[in-house]
Design a protein around this ligand. Structure first.
Ligand code: AMP
Ligand code: FE
Ligand code: FE
Ligand code: ZN
Length: 281
């Protein structure tokens, strides 16, 4: 069984539609793929129809924007009820603040570069959640930078002069919200040093006590030391261990299936989740 539990679509900052994500998962020989767009489940229905058509197993999820003591933390939620009112309201608050924040970043950039809000909106057609990758795509379209990575290296980096932060739920509260909605919370790429401050050691016990189910250990942004560190915390705290690609279509080099999750871990996630896993044909 080849299982990849982290992928983005055009519902957030991926470049592949939900249907194409599933078709590509089939073409890559995956048995199960998860759709985990940032702060939205808007791609679920299209992905579900495609999964039935192609016979690909589907885990419906999302990647929630959270903050742990000032540190941006991405929390994967698998199999939560998508209509849970409290969670829905919180995701709406995050997405609304993301829009205001992106507008503020565009205003900052527009002082020095040829970019307007319409340019960014044109790159985000169909997206339910807006993010910096949509600014990056607008800068690429204007030939200011060659690709997303170049934009992130400088103009829109979190330490850069044009950067603006956005509201994200405290991580322990997000875990509680996800659990209350019947979801299975897993910390995404918690040892990714390239994204700024790393989650400190004391966070793991605290978040496990708050209801965390697992750690995404195997991910391209983790070096060997981080894989060992996260695996040790998972062992000590009895957390599930996942591995995933974090596929963003053409927006990142990450390839579907480059890291995988074990079948018994998927079984444990399925047991804890409120929404069924669509089985592979
Ligand atoms: P935001 O949540 O709007 O601050 O944007 C962060 C998103 O940008 C992450 O989810 C990544 O998918 C994407 N991202 C971060 N760094 C890069 C990079 N170097 N190249 C392409 N995408 C990136
Ligand atoms: Fe992303
Ligand atoms: Fe992430
Ligand atoms: Zn992701």
């Amino acid at each position: 069984m080849r299982i990849d539990l982290h992928a983005h679509t055009t519902a957030s900052d991926g470049t592949t539609s939900p249907a194409d994500l599933v078709a590509q998962a089939r073409a890559e020989g995956l048995d199960v793929v998860a759709i985990t767009d940032h702060d939205t489940t808007a791609g679920w229905d299209e992905a579900t129809a495609a999964a039935r058509q192609h016979g690909v197993g589907l885990v419906r999820g999302m990647e929630m924007s959270t903050r742990y003591r000032g540190c941006a933390v991405h929390l994967l939620s698998y199999l939560h009820r998508p209509d849970d009112p409290t969670l829905v309201a919180e995701l709406e608050a995050i997405r609304a603040d993301r829009v205001g924040r992106l507008r503020a970043m565009v205003a900052n950039l527009a002082r020095d570069y040829p970019i307007t809000w319409d340019d960014v909106a044109a790159q985000a057609v169909g997206a339910r959640t807006l993010g910096r990758p949509h600014i990056a795509d607008a800068l690429v379209a204007k030939r200011v930078v060659p690709d997303r990575a170049a934009a992130f290296a400088d103009l829109i980096s979190s330490g850069g002069r044009y950067y603006v932060d956005y509201y994200a739920t405290p991580t322990d509260e997000a875990i509680a919200l996800v659990r209350a909605a019947g979801g299975v919370p897993v910390l995404a790429h918690a040892g990714a040093a390239t994204r700024g401050a790393i989650v400190p050691d004391e966070a793991f016990g605290e978040l496990a006590a708050a209801g965390l189910a697992g750690l995404e250990v195997h991910h391209r942004d983790h070096d060997a030391a981080q894989v060992a560190r996260l695996a040790a915390f998972a062992e000590r705290l009895d957390l599930l261990v996942t591995g995933s690609s974090d596929f963003h279509g053409a927006g990142k080099p990450n390839q579907l299936g480059e890291h995988l999750t074990a079948p018994d871990v998927l079984d444990a996630i399925a047991d804890q989740g409120a929404v069924p896993v669509l089985p592979p044909a």
